[in-house]
Design a protein around this ligand. Structure first.
Ligand code: NDP
Length: 250
């Protein structure tokens, strides 16, 4: 299984201390990568490092701050001497009708979901280009579909897909592959909030997902191993749904 082997590779996973990010981090660790997690909550970071075992480490950082991306990337390179893989997973949502959003709320969602992702890519670029590298950006079903309660979130996630394409085109010459993953509905802290706030959501998701269930964070491990490994060296600029068939359902 050499094509999927990540032994000796170093990965930074933003928001890797829980939910989808931890599911992806586990996939990377299973394939042999050393993982650095970046999240704000030091306790959650510590628990995730324990769950990952091996040489995993974490940095407590707020990626909403302009310096956050550089702090996370520099900590990774200082600790492990290199960086090969960047998973841009940190994200938030604020749920309300479009007309109710304040400008501050709009920017707070765009800032973490889109701007910090771009800044992480910029900060990682000089390190990834040394040996070639992989960037995996997390979009959403709302990169494709609209939701009445998620205008800034949908705008940010749609933009993630277009940004992914631009970076893929620009950095192919550096042997850096940039792809997006579009998770379906995955059972995490984020969607626990959605289920509480959006009535009937749980049942609607079940009814529309051909697989007949919500996804688990572990469902994101396989695609991450693939997109982080040499097996995907000719795959770039794509947006791949991992959704139990949700986006295939008419
Ligand atoms: P969680 O709320 O479980 O995880 C979000 C992660 O982002 C946490 O690790 C959190 O860590 C981190 N994070 C949030 N804000 C910041 C910040 N300012 N600085 C650093 N880290 C931050 O959500 P999910 O696992 O569900 O979501 C992960 C990603 O997947 C998001 O981008 C989300 O939009 C996307 N997604 C989720 C879907 C789902 O169904 N769950 C579906 C489609 C996409 P901490 O709190 O410690 O900072």
């Amino acid at each position: 299984m050499t094509a999927f082997d990540l032994t000796g590779k170093v990965a930074l996973v933003t928001g890797g201390n829980g939910g989808i990010g931890l599911g992806m981090a586990k996939g990377l660790a299973t394939a042999g990568a050393t993982v650095m997690i970046a999240g704000r909550d030091a306790e959650k970071n510590g628990r995730a490092v324990e769950a990952l075992g091996g040489s995993a480490a974490a940095i407590a950082v707020d990626l909403a701050e302009e310096s956050g991306a550089k702090t996370a990337v520099n900590a990774t390179v200082q600790k492990f001497g290199r960086m090969d893989i960047l998973v841009n997973n940190a994200g938030i949502n604020i749920r309300k009708s479009p007309q109710e959003f304040s400008l501050e709320e709009w920017y707070s969602v765009l800032n973490i979901n889109l701007t910090s992702l771009f800044l992480c890519c910029q900060a990682a670029y000089p390190h990834l280009r040394i040996r070639g590298g992989k960037i995996i950006n997390i979009g959403s079903m709302m990169s494709i579909f609209g939701a009445s309660f998620a205008a800034p979130y949908g705008a940010s996630k749609g933009a993630v897909v277009q940004l992914t394409k631009s970076l893929a085109v620009a950095w192919a010459v550096d042997n850096i592959q940039v792809n997006a993953v579009l998770p379906g509905w995955i059972d995490t802290e984020l969607t626990k909030g959605a289920r509480e706030q959006v009535s009937g959501l749980h049942e609607k998701v079940l009814a529309r997902t051909p697989a007949g269930r919500w996804g688990a964070p572990e469902d994101m491990a396989g695609i991450t191993m693939f997109l982080a490994s040499p097996a995907s060296d000719f795959v770039t600029g794509t947006a791949i749904p991992v959704d139990g068939g949700y986006s295939a359902q008419g």
